[in-house]
Design a protein around this ligand. Sequence first.
Ligand code: UDP
Ligand code: MG
Length: 195
Amino acid sequence: MRKKHAETKQEANNNKMEQKTSALPETKMTVQQTLVLIKPDGLIKSLTGNILTELSSTDLIIVGAKIVQVTRELAEEHYQYLREENFFDELIKYIMGEFHTKRVLALVYHGENAIDSVRKVVGATDPEKADPTTIRGKYGRVTRAGVFENVVHASENKKEAEREIKLWFRPEELVYTLYPTESKKTTKVEFFWKE
Ligand code: UDP
Ligand code: MG
């Protein structure tokens, strides 16, 4: 009996040690946020539900969401790093909705390893090269003009995620304060529903 009791204690100690070591990879993982856009082709094809379902396999949570009519200014700022590409003008027209519908659904996903988890489900940039089980592989296409209509955008890295989230969302539009904020007094005209 005594021996058995001692073994059980040892077992308990072992378990504790195991828990400690198995917790290590988790502490190494980083909690991040990433910007996801359901592009105008995704909306016109009524793929919102399918895309959100695919993204729910990541176990991340949505901390911000809104429908946006993309201005040229926002489009050019978002894709500023592609300014020199020959497909830039077509890309701007695409994200502004000139080929489909003038709407983009902007979302912020938050949780462990958010950037890579989302990119994995989204798939490669070129829908023809994307794994057919990914969102872009399933629903994307390449146009004759050479634009990859790949139905979703997902931030590439931490720096881009921060730049993009700050570009698309104001602090109060997110349920968590993901980045430091500051308050400024302004005078502006605001719209209210007429009483
Ligand atoms: N794109 C394109 N042709 C290219 C490269 C990119 O039409 O040869 C478009 C495509 O819609 C892509 C977007 O430009 O999603 C942004 O390109 P990026 O290289 O950042 O790819 P992503 O991060 O979206 O995978
Ligand atoms: Mg990119």
